[in-house]
Unconditional design. Structure first.
Length: 415
């Protein structure tokens, strides 16, 4: 297949996703390799639940539309009983649970980096909150006598493959067993509907509070082991490289660095890895504390209510940590006042916030910043390469895990 034919097929797949998702828009990809759509309007972030038609999508390989009745998930490695789990067994032989999850692409906010990084130039639109339904992995692993010590890992493999000649990687991610047992599920429904093809039909791994890259779509294999996907056996497994998306991609590092492969790591907290010296080139596991203003919209002219106030509404999240405080600035970050949370409160899902503001006529720059339960607050800006961070998020070659406050500011005019 020629490059032009591949490009046309990708566009057709993206158009098909847009047809199903009226609240999204396509996001240009630097290499035209990804199928990506994100929230079309900021008012998506003035609501707690994201409808499926507004939920972002990102995957690099061809969208699969398999025969659900024939689909199986292999369970192997350090287990007493290896198995091929069909969809009927996953649905009927294990408990059914529903979890709320704010899913964020690790590249969300990449479009604000200067100098620009490669790949999809997301700004704010690659984050959504939905209710995912499926079977708890803890029940499945217990049923098959899996090793579940804290220092073990579960590697999940997707059924999709690259479409480009000469590439032989398989999409695989490793999740520490402590997180797997805590709340991970094999999801087959979202917001009460069967998974759409672009969300991994018929089943995907769902890792609540962690970046979307960890929630492997079109799940075809689960492997229990003492290490992450690592080493020669995984780097050339049946002629395919299973290590790329764990050990090379989705790591936070300067330009031109090839991260070293690690068998395991001492902490799974993304921000803790960034702050410590123990792990070179952090992995994108749990989501950093972050917030987004939903209304008013950027560039909007607003008229105060009869009492002279304007309500600012948005969402704030902190991965699988709690978000505990939200602050708002109306002067571009020079001064801050406390906002308040309201609405649903679930682990691993964002909180709605509001700030009631009594402005005079004029033009304003609104900024939000959140703080998590560990006292970690959003940094102000994104650093440039080789710059002292000083309350700035580190520039990195992949543009991953951005959570600075000022890039997400909105400008409004009050009449």
């Amino acid at each position: 297949m020629s490059n032009s034919e591949r490009s046309e097929r990708r566009r057709r797949e993206t158009d098909a996703i847009l047809d199903r998702k009226s609240g999204t828009e396509a996001v240009d990809d630097f290499e035209d390799r990804y199928r990506v759509v994100g929230a079309a309007d900021r008012d998506t972030y003035a609501n707690w639940l994201t409808p499926l038609e507004d939920h972002y999508v990102c995957h690099r390989n061809e969208t699969l539309e398999p025969d659900v009745d024939e689909w199986t998930v292999a369970l192997a490695g350090a287990v007493d009983r290896e198995a091929e789990l069909g969809m009927d067994a996953i649905r009927e032989d294990y408990p059914t649970v529903a979890v709320a999850h704010t899913m964020e692409c690790a590249g969300n906010g990449r479009g604000y980096f200067d100098p620009e990084t490669g790949s999809v130039q997301w700004e704010y639109g690659a984050v959504s909150t939905a209710i995912w339904t499926g079977a708890p992995l803890s029940a499945i692993l217990t049923d098959h006598g899996a090793a579940t010590d804290d220092d073990t890992w579960l590697t999940a493999v997707g059924g999709d493959r690259p479409e480009v000649d000469g590439e032989n990687d398989r999409f695989a991610r490793s999740i520490p067993m402590s997180k797997v047992l805590e709340d991970c599920i094999l999801a087959y429904e979202v917001n009460g509907e069967a998974l759409p093809p672009e969300h991994g039909r018929p089943v995907r791994l769902l890792v609540p509070g962690w970046y979307g890259v960890n929630s492997v779509k079109w799940l075809t294999e689960l492997h229990v082991a003492e290490t992450m996907v690592h080493g020669e056996d995984w780097a050339d497994r049946g002629g395919e490289d299973y290590t790329r998306w764990q050990q090379s991609a989705y790591r936070i590092h300067p330009e031109g660095v090839e991260p070293e492969s690690n068998p395991t790591v001492s902490t799974y907290d993304t921000w803790e890895q960034i702050e410590s010296d123990e792990i070179d080139h952090p992995y994108t596991f749990d989501e950093n504390v972050k917030s987004t203003i939903g209304t008013p919209e950027d560039g909007e002219t607003v008229v105060p209510r009869e009492d002279g106030t304007v309500e600012v509404v948005g969402v704030a999240w902190a991965g699988d940590d709690q978000v505990t405080a939200i602050e708002l600035s109306t002067d571009g970050g020079d001064s801050w006042e406390a906002g308040s949370f309201f609405g649903p409160h679930y682990d691993c899902a964002w909180r709605l916030f509001r700030y009631v503001w009594e402005p005079s006529p004029g033009t304003y720059t609104l900024v939000s910043r959140a703080t998590d339960e560990r006292g970690r607050r959003q940094p102000t800006r994104i650093a440039r390469p080789d710059e002292d961070r000083d309350d700035a998020y580190p520039w990195n070659e992949g543009g991953y895990a951005e959570n600075a406050s000022l890039p997400h500011a909105v400008d409004v005019t009050v009449e």
